[in-house]
Design a protein around this ligand. Sequence first.
Ligand SMILES: Cc1ncc(COP(=O)(O)O)c(C=O)c1O
Length: 432
Amino acid sequence: MSVKLQHLQHYDPEIYETIIQETKRQTETLELIASENFVSPAVLEACGQEMTNKYAEGYPGKRYYGGCEYVDAAEEMAKSRARELFGAEHVNVQPHAGSQANIAAFFSVLSPGDRVLGMNLSHGGHLTHGSPVNFSGRIFDFSFYGVGKETGCIDLNEVEDVATRTRPKLIVTGASAYSREIDYVGFRTVADKVGAYLISDIAHPAGLIAAGLIPSPVPHCHIVTATTHKTLRGPRGGIIIVGKDAENDLGLKTLKGRSKLWSEVVDSNVFPGFQGGPLMHIIAAKAVAFKEALSPRFKEYSKQVIVNAKCLAENLLEFGFEVVSGGTDTHVMLVDLRNKGLTGKEAEARLESAGITVNKNMVPFDTQSPFVTSGIRIGSPALTTRGMKEPDMRCIAELIHRLLSSAPSESILNSVRADVAQLCAGFPLFVL
Ligand SMILES: Cc1ncc(COP(=O)(O)O)c(C=O)c1O
């Protein structure tokens, strides 16, 4: 526990106890959920301080409230560090989460009813990329591209075919469960061919892109959205990045008849478009995380994230698991459990009972429902933050194999539990 909770312990022992138990759970289990990470003590401190008290609707220098001198300074620092991190002209650091970043980004280029092309959700896409139960699928008219049945990879020819047929106003790249590099140049070529805007959602690989380890979409997209809490290892939140188009004319006019800049359109869609007061404590914490991400140590960490994911995937393959697309270029992999006679739901529960946390996940061409699924998604960012390396990944693959490749038994469960406890005991949550 890196933040002291003595007041909480005194005034609200029930909530205090849930926090203590959650910290213990994180410390004593193997966290393999690809979208989670452990923030540094500095980020954690920035999340829990007095800036949470401040109302600051608007943007630095143009607020609707007084007393914003210091929160303005924090937001400016977050913005300039994020610009440096992503080589961008403009970054909005106010979105409360990735979903809020996406709705504001979509409304920057779309009107209700417009056609959009996104990635099939059961092939790795995200809820906010056109799910019928989400704002995106309810407001816009989505079509989808997916991955090839044989390759498990995005096929740009299919993207072009669907785009040519449906003539979308926007193409969305990015995913929640796709392990391979995305060809942003190819996507932009398709977008230009059909006259569509291109938005990339890098919620997952943002940290790997910031570290320069996989290609960046920023030079090729009109807008890029991201979360700050996954590979980027910051507080829970979102950002919107505007690249080379930031100062171009979007065809929209201000009240005074001047052409609006992309940056202005994006900012006004975040506030007042979809949000009220920004979470200034979280924006301060984002600034801290961006400073960390600019450091050489973050690059080393991110390299190890990829090395660990590749090592885990290779070892799972050796134990007879089917890894979609045969491996990973990033921090994440999708394991198809059909050859093991297991559903994702069963595997998630069995792993959790032994102290290994993953999430069930649809696999491409899945015949199970999203509540059952045929696969699990596994990621390396959190355990890499704890300092784990290749030998630990080999050990984890063997633990997963022991649990999932044979019928469940109390003795296997107990032996894996003991090994998980021993492995976790050797690593703090965050290596300073
Ligand atoms: C690709 C993608 N976009 C957006 C989001 C939404 O982020 P949030 O949960 O912060 O709203 C996620 C979250 O998992 C994601 O994977």
